[in-house]
Ligand binder design. Structure first.
Ligand SMILES: [Zn+2]
Length: 147
């Protein structure tokens, strides 16, 4: 843990202006979430920046949440005031949106392709059942059946 530096509000505002307007995440040259001591309180820079952006102190029980899910980021554009609960809910929501099934690249030989067609058209198996049997994704089965 590095030393916590004292920072004045004026210095924070200067830094804020420097960080503002970037589209990308902005980081300070620190290995952890930037913390500062301001007016005798230990505070994260994200919180300071958010209070500058809002023009007021954060409400009690609220935290500076990151739209970008990057706690070290200090880009004011990426910060919003939320409850701790919202913070985790928001992260989960985004996690879900970002979730994509991993592609399972797997080649099937012509014998297997014939078998897939047979199972589907003759046996009446569902695509998901066939996909499971061949350990491939259902979209691949779908593609094979279109051919
Ligand atoms: Zn960011």
């Amino acid at each position: 843990m590095g030393t916590i530096e004292e920072m004045t509000r004026e210095e924070a505002v200067n830094l804020y202006e420097w960080a503002y307007g970037s589209k990308e995440c902005v980081f300070l040259d620190t290995s952890s979430v930037p913390h500062f001591s301001m007016e005798g309180k230990i505070i994260t820079l994200a919180r300071v920046f958010l209070s500058i952006k809002l023009g007021r102190e954060l409400l009690s029980g609220r935290c500076a949440c990151h739209r970008c899910d990057t706690p070290r980021c200090i880009n004011p554009d990426h910060l919003f005031e939320g409850t701790y609960k919202e913070n985790t809910a928001d992260a989960r929501e985004k996690g879900r949106l970002n979730w994509k099934p991993k592609p399972r690249p797997r080649k099937l030989n012509s014998e297997q392709i014939q078998e897939i067609k047979r199972l589907y058209f003759k046996e009446g198996l569902r695509q998901v059942q066939i996909a499971k049997r061949f350990n491939v994704g259902q979209p691949l089965i779908c593609n094979i059946l279109k051919k």
